[in-house]
Design a protein around this ligand. Structure first.
Ligand SMILES: [Zn+2]
Ligand SMILES: [Zn+2]
Length: 345
């Protein structure tokens, strides 16, 4: 008698491809649905697509939307400080990398986190009665489905599926994404872009870009960067299944502008981490002078002053530019000229 080998019989590499596709769908669900749509409201999704992602996450991760969203928003709110659920600078990189899923589980049991950061997540009938109430049953069902379709090897495929999100999302992004890589933006946290091509982790590799523009639906910014999650969002939008609500405005130089005005302030505030990055670079590139941090602190006070009128901020910024120019350092002078010409497209 033949042993049971499932409905589908594939060559060995066929199972590998199936696993890659299945885990990639989970990655897409995490980055598009949980992260960009639910946690940051960067885009809207049609109910059909939303439900598909929720079902898929229930089957392959057992994570509850409200918990994931709340923990993630808390990460942004407390980034790299006491209370950040998974900072490798608060905990160690070793701990976040190897025990990231454990840190996540621990924080998900904190009712204050869910109360304070879990707003506007699904609370419909299916959430209360199935996804949240029986959060572990989805992955059990997935195991049965895998074995029925693929036979005993379905168990191995299932095990890889179960490990994929904890390792890639909790370990790699939360650990490495705040540790190793390059930075385009001088954000107040230690976030980094792990790789310029965001494919394996759906674009989440571009984690420094994300912390610079947290409400953006698109994570790639430089011309050489690629965000596959954004590609999927564009396809969904073309099909009428998604609606992008926010991406960063394009920064352009208006050569006619020789003075800081309100438009400069608007451009500076939207792209503040880019400008600090450029300013630091300009300060570092001049080896003859040693600058104090005053220049950085003074420019930061422009957007930190939430109550000031925009015309006053423009005047303050122009005063700052004049001060910088008076230092007679070529790199800083060029920075001030560029800042004065900067506007949003
Ligand atoms: Zn982060
Ligand atoms: Zn985020």
């Amino acid at each position: 008698m033949d042993y049971f080998s499932g409905i589908v019989d594939l060559p060995w590499w066929g199972y590998g491809i199936v696993v890659l596709v299945l885990t990639h769908i989970s990655i897409a669900a995490v980055t598009i649905f949980l992260h960009r749509h639910q946690a940051h409201r960067a885009l809207d999704l049609s109910p059909g697509i939303s439900h598909f992602f929720r079902l898929w996450l229930w089957l392959t991760t057992g994570m509850i939307t409200k918990e994931w969203v709340a923990i993630h928003r808390k990460h942004h709110a407390k980034c790299e400080k006491e209370g950040d659920p998974h900072s490798p600078h608060v905990h160690s990189l070793k701990k976040v990398f190897w025990e990231g899923a454990e840190l996540y589980r621990k924080e998900s049991k904190n009712p204050e986190t869910l109360e304070r950061y879990g707003h506007l997540t699904p609370e419909d009938w299916i959430e209360k009665n199935i996804y949240s109430k029986h959060s572990a049953k989805g992955v059990a069902l997935m195991l049965v489905i895998n074995i029925l379709i693929f036979g005993p090897i379905g168990l191995t495929m299932w095990a890889i599926q179960m490990l994929w999100i904890p390792v890639m999302a909790a370990g790699v992004i939360n650990g490495i994404g705040h540790y190793w890589g390059y930075r385009n933006y001088e954000t107040p946290d230690k976030s980094s872009n792990i790789l310029p091509w965001g494919i394996i982790i759906g674009g989440e590799e571009l984690h420094n870009n994300h912390h610079a523009y947290p409400t953006s639906a698109k994570l790639s910014n430089a011309w050489y960067e690629f965000d596959i999650g954004w590609m999927y969002i564009c396809i969904l939008e073309t099909l009428g299944l998604a609606n992008v609500k926010h991406i960063p405005s394009v920064l352009v130089l208006n050569e006619q502008k020789t003075i800081c005005d309100e438009k400069t302030v608007v451009a500076l505030i939207e792209h503040r981490y880019y400008f600090i990055h450029e300013l630091r670079h300009a300060m570092d590139s001049d080896s003859h002078h040693r600058f104090t941090l005053d220049l950085l602190q003074e420019i930061q006070s422009v957007w930190e002053d939430k109550n000031a009128k925009i015309e006053d901020l423009a005047a303050k910024l122009e005063t700052w530019c004049k001060k910088v120019t008076s230092l007679q350092v070529a790199s800083l002078d060029a920075f001030a000229q560029r800042l004065r010409m900067s506007v949003l497209k």
